[in-house]
Design a protein around this ligand. Structure first.
Ligand SMILES: Nc1ncnc2c1ncn2[C@@H]1O[C@H](COP(=O)(O)OP(=O)(O)OP(=O)(O)O)[C@@H](O)[C@H]1O
Ligand SMILES: [Mg+2]
Length: 325
């Protein structure tokens, strides 16, 4: 099982929710996971219903069985200060970093450097050991940028290692890429059973593979229950209205005479069934596209009553049940 689990996917498909559920799922049996957020949007705090997270690792949840989830909202500017400290200690490396033209002390941090800092911090947490030589975190789960940006984001250290040919920055960038391109890392993509996110997932996987980044799993989120089985779906198009009305009244739903309650229920019911059959056909198509990607698929249900902490734990149980952890 990879120790760094990166969760990407199309915007709004549930990356933050799935990353949080995965962190909980991995924290079983006394394990400790770190859930990191890199987009500065305090999504993790929202999902766990707590106040905004500082740039500091803190325990955010206890998993069933006693595992612990820590969380960290990585602040790029504070991470930069960390790194500068490190590089200044390393002497000329600080100057080399400036020579890359990458750092503007006074104003904003260039996006590339930002990503170097964010991925660097996550990899540092992956590799960190305590005094007795044990990993501090069994797993690090990253709520990562969306599919369109994920490959570039994870690959940024390759560019840096190429620019700084030798020295501590080169070594640091290479160390990060060693983690990211190894089986120690898995990049998961969250999707919905809809055309756009599925297409984006297929494109994302192709890009990750081309960049030799380790593709993990596809997690299909917000899957709606299938209320009609195959036989019922076939009937939807062909069933006579009169037999639906008779069935309704024999189920006690109003009289069978014309204009009665049962009669009035028939059209809306059939319309709903048709809509369901249509959606089911579309979903089947998208499932087939996903299956062709040859990546393990997992499914998480749509929680009809909305997301809350209990829902999050329920999703974590589902992930554990599907052996994602
Ligand atoms: N399985 C689910 N059932 C019901 N609601 C869900 C489920 N998963 C996610 N949601 C809800 O969908 C919305 C989007 O989820 P989330 O914020 O995790 O997506 P995201 O991909 O991180 O979005 P963004 O691209 O904005 O970061 C949230 O309101 C969340 O509570
Ligand atoms: Mg999010």
């Amino acid at each position: 099982m990879s120790r760094l689990q990166v969760v990407s996917g199309k915007g709004g498909t549930g990356k933050t929710t799935v990353a949080a559920a995965l962190a909980l799922a991995l924290a079983t049996e006394g394990k400790r996971t770190l859930l990191v957020e890199v987009e500065g949007r305090q999504g993790i705090a929202q999902v766990f219903e707590t106040e905004a997270l500082p740039y500091e690792e803190r325990k955010i949840a206890v998993a069933p069985g006693g595992g612990e989830v820590y969380a960290l909202a990585i602040d790029a500017e504070l991470a930069l200060l960390d790194y500068l400290q490190m590089f200044y200690k390393l002497g000329s490396a600080g100057r080399a970093l400036r020579k890359l033209g990458a750092i503007d002390f006074a104003t904003t941090v260039a996006p590339g450097v930002r990503d170097v800092l964010l991925t660097g911090k996550a990899c540092e947490a992956v590799r960190r050991k305590d005094k007795s030589g044990r990993f501090v975190y069994d797993y690090v789960v990253m709520d990562a940028p969306p599919t369109g940006r994920i490959t570039r984001f994870l690959n940024v250290n390759d560019e840096v290692a190429g620019l700084a040919k030798i020295g501590p920055i080169h070594n640091q960038a290479q160390a990060v890429m060693r983690v990211l391109k190894s089986p120690e890392t898995a990049v998961h993509l969250v999707t919905l059973l809809e055309e756009m996110p599925v297409q984006e997932t297929a494109d994302g996987i192709a890009e990750l593979r081309a960049a030799r980044l380790p593709v993990g799993r596809v997690i299909v989120n917000m899957v709606r229950p299938q209320v009609l089985d195959a036989a019922a779906l076939e009937l939807v198009a062909a069933v006579p209205r009169s037999s639906v009305a008779r069935a309704l009244s024999s189920a006690g739903l109003g009289g069978a005479r014309r204009g009665g309650h049962a009669e009035r229920l028939v059209d809306p019911l059939l319309a709903q069934a048709e809509e369901h059959a249509e959606r089911y056909a579309l979903e089947t198509e998208q499932r087939a596209v996903l299956t062709d990607l040859e990546v393990p698929l997992h499914e998480l249900p749509l929680l009809a009553e909305g997301m809350d902490l209990a829902g999050l734990y329920a999703l974590a149980r589902k992930l554990r049940g599907q052996d994602v952890s």
